[in-house]
Design a protein around this ligand. Structure first.
Ligand SMILES: [Zn+2]
Length: 252
């Protein structure tokens, strides 16, 4: 639906800087104590910052149907209306993708790209996201939205503080090869550094509004796992290797 329109030129550093500036607004509205006490919640931040300060409307009670290939549409963004849509099934079924899709649509397409997309509204009527398109890396609109969404949904500073609090340590956990690791008294097998990050993420995701362990793992692999001499490996979710694993390596 975006035809040949290019995304606004932005380096990864610029996107992360904009995510940081967004976070100062969040801290100003919610306060550090609230966040450390209650954790992060997309809904809190939407009501405190995204809607009042960026005027992005969110609707999660819509049927978005399927795309031209019959693949279910999870989210959609309407530039003219500055409206982020999330398919109602995600809410109704308690789908773990709900926080990530909400952040992608309202945060990435809305907060980050909203003004630019609105200026392009004559040429871009809507952006549609399926499970597949959310993982595309060659589409710059999606790549930008995912990068921003990840850094606002799980800011590095907060991930690090939360990691230290949950595990009671202030150093990285060393990956010493595929074996059983002891995480807070629980024995857990990790096949690779990113797998270890994913296992750590599962113990922390409730502090980030139920954000997917996959999203958190990509932050944790940088700050919570020491893996010198080892390839970081692929992230396995369910029965399939996550194709985003190797691709995302280039984004971080
Ligand atoms: Zn998108």
């Amino acid at each position: 639906m975006q035809g040949s329109v290019s995304a606004e030129p932005m380096s990864k550093r610029e996107i992360i800087d904009r995510a940081d500036r967004f976070w100062w607004k969040v801290l100003g509205e919610l306060g550090t104590h609230h966040i450390l006490t209650h954790g992060l919640s997309f809904d809190d931040i939407y009501e405190a910052v995204i809607y009042p300060q960026h005027e992005v409307i969110l609707e999660r009670n819509v049927d978005l149907g399927v795309d031209d290939f019959g693949v279910p549409i999870l989210g959609q963004y309407l530039p003219k209306e500055m409206t982020a849509l999330v398919d109602r099934k995600l809410s109704e079924t308690g789908d773990p993708r709900l926080p990530s899709v909400s952040w992608h649509e309202a945060g990435g397409h809305g907060v980050l790209q909203g003004k630019y997309l609105k200026a392009c509204q004559g040429r871009i009527r809507k952006l549609c996201d399926t499970d597949r398109s959310l993982r595309l890396i060659e589409n710059t609109f999606e790549l930008q939205a995912n990068t921003f969404a990840r850094h606002v949904a799980a800011p590095m500073g907060l991930v690090w503080v939360t990691f230290q609090r949950v595990f009671g340590i202030s150093r990285k956990i060393p990956f010493c090869g595929p074996r059983v690791y002891m995480l807070n008294g629980q024995k857990t097998y990790a096949a690779s550094p990113i797998d270890l990050a994913w296992k750590i993420a599962r113990t922390m995701q409730h502090r980030f509004g139920g954000l997917s362990a996959e999203c958190l793992a990509y932050q944790l692999i940088q700050i919570a796992v020491a893996y010198e001499g080892y390839d970081r490996g692929k992230l396995w979710t369910g029965n399939q290797a996550d194709t985003m694993g190797s691709a995302i390596r280039n984004l971080l």
